[in-house]
Design a binder for this molecule. Structure first.
Ligand code: NAD
Length: 492
């Protein structure tokens, strides 16, 4: 819907505070007395008290209040700041070489591209894309591409840095990178999305490459988008090179050179780690309850694989709504529903609840698998769980972390917990380079080995230094990078 759309209605009591070219990205501020932007209560946006009388237009089943919520949440904490503070926390425990820490506190390359795309109706839209390459000391830059209206350089910087830690912890020969496009894919036809993806790939040019920087799927991107990136890249190299660059991108459809098991790899990795945590702690997963935030690739696969252990999904939140059924929600059935309806809203076999009730729901395990900064001091206080397994990147802010520690809630931190995706991306990259095709059992077996080894390194480090697991994971990552830098020295 455009800014001057005749169907546009402003909401009574809400004032636009930010506009973009598309009216749907208006953010609103309550102008009721005493309700400042900074004190805007969590949950008002998705589960606004205006909910029933809300005249805000709905796109699919999403409610636009969310955009306001995320905008304010973003203002409060910079994800990159959190990531760098976490690095400093590890430095306080282990006295790493300061020169190396200074190198790791900076990104290597930051690219911002603006490019035009012709829409179906013939109009031309200018779009903005990012690719940040944090570090390639251990191997080619590696990291996903996110399509989201709130993507910005701070977020991409932070996520690229987290990728460096992730590949270092898991001992795979990649560095860290991340990219993104500031769009909501739901606004575009499939033809437009293809053109946008291809034009973005073209704009990135030689800044990506099979031995240099290898993108993969992330929020709102999928195997189809990876196939378009591959095809565009292949079309811009010489005929001789064309079939030597299949590994320019991972997370491709299997027919286009993807790996078996990549689609579920991040969820599978999370479940291998939860299994290991349960074994270490004498905890029985059969009959255990869990809740999931975000029911996309990561959240839905984690839930479906937990079902195989006899664990019970009882509450789910996504961008469209929040649902609860204490008797259990069948993750496979819910995944089919989400595929058809675009989200969990109005799922008939569970009741709707609000954001606050979701966080207050008592369960054994919570899997955040949506966006960053969701577990704050406020929401962490509401959690009654034994374990938080971070499927998303950066879902817990530093204040939330303190509360989880005080409440003695176990944590499998993001850079370990969601590393299954990049591990199987590495397997895909290897298969492409060697013209091999591994079967699913082989992929799963190798994934389990790599990720559980990483878990043991983090667990042992936490014990050795008597630190929380996030700090331990950070120490494992920096230790590996430090050795490599020391052995190679600094050029020239
Ligand atoms: P996705 O686009 O498939 O799913 C995202 C989910 O989050 C959707 O269900 C969406 O409705 C929900 N969501 C978005 N905003 C929300 C909000 N404000 N509140 C509640 N739910 C919200 O994305 P994905 O690939 O599953 O990625 C999810 C997270 O996992 C991201 O942080 C991503 O960086 C991380 N991750 C993904 C992979 C991967 O292989 N895809 C690997 C590692 C980490």
């Amino acid at each position: 819907m455009k800014k001057n759309d005749p169907n546009r209605k402003d909401i009574k009591g809400l004032t636009p505070i930010k506009t973009t070219k598309e009216w749907k990205l208006l953010y609103f501020q309550h102008d009721r007395p005493g309700l400042e932007e900074s004190s805007h209560p969590t949950g008002l946006c998705r589960h606004c008290e205006l909910r029933d009388s809300c005249t805000l237009p709905k796109r699919r089943s999403g409610v636009w209040h969310c955009e306001f919520y995320k905008a304010t949440a973003r203002k409060k904490t910079s994800l990159y700041e959190n990531v760098i503070n976490q690095l400093k926390k590890a430095e306080d425990v282990v006295h790493f070489d300061q020169d190396i820490c200074r190198i790791l506190a900076e990104t290597t390359n930051e690219l911002i591209v603006h490019f035009p795309v012709k829409m179906d109706g013939g109009t031309v839209t200018m779009l903005t894309g990012y690719r940040v390459q944090h570090n390639n000391a251990l191997g080619p830059f590696k990291g996903g591409l996110r399509f989201h209206p709130l993507v910005d350089i701070d977020e991409i910087r932070a996520l690229s840095t987290l990728m460096t830690w992730k590949t270092a912890i898991t001992n795979i020969p990649f560095g860290g990178a991340k990219g993104g496009l500031q769009i909501d894919p739901a606004d575009y036809s499939i033809q437009e999305l293809e053109k946008i993806t291809r034009r973005f790939t073209f704009a990135l040019g030689n800044n990506i490459g099979p031995e240099y920087d290898i993108p993969a799927p992330d929020v709102n991107t999928n195997p189809q988008i990876m196939a378009w990136i591959l095809d565009t890249y292949m079309s811009t190299v010489t005929p001789n090179e064309r079939n030597r660059c299949l590994h320019v991108v991972t997370g491709k459809p299997i027919e286009a050179g993807g790996s078996k098991g990549r689609y579920k790899a991040t969820g599978q990795g999370i479940v291998f780690l939860i299994e290991k945590w349960a074994k270490d702690n004498g905890f029985n997963l059969k009959g255990a309850t869990f809740t999931v935030q975000g029911f996309g690739n990561v959240g839905s696969w984690a839930a479906r694989l937990m079902k195989k252990h006899g664990s019970k999904l009882i509450a789910v939140e996504d961008i469209t709504g929040v649902i609860l059924n204490k008797e259990g929600i069948d993750p496979d059935d819910l995944a089919d529903y989400v595929m058809e309806h675009g989200g969990v809203l109005d799922y008939p076999k569970a009741k709707p609840i609000d954001h606050q009730t979701f966080f207050c729901t008592k369960a054994d395990i919570f899997i955040p698998a949506a966006l960053e900064n969701q577990i704050t001091a406020e929401t962490a206080e509401m959690l009654h769980v034994k374990l938080v397994a971070e499927g998303a990147n950066g879902p817990t802010d530093p204040e939330g972390d303190k509360v989880l520690q005080r409440k003695k809630i176990d944590l499998i931190p993001d850079i370990l917990c969601n590393s299954g995706g990049v591990i199987v991306s590495y397997f895909e990259w290897l298969q492409n380079k060697r013209s091999e095709f591994w079967d699913l059992d082989e992929v799963d077996y190798k994934l389990q080995k790599v990720i559980v080894d990483a878990y043991e390194r983090v667990r042992d480090t936490a014990e050795k230094y008597k630190v929380d697991w996030r700090t331990a994971a950070q120490i494992v990552a920096i230790s590996r990078l430090e050795v490599v830098y020391k052995e190679r020295g600094i050029f020239p």
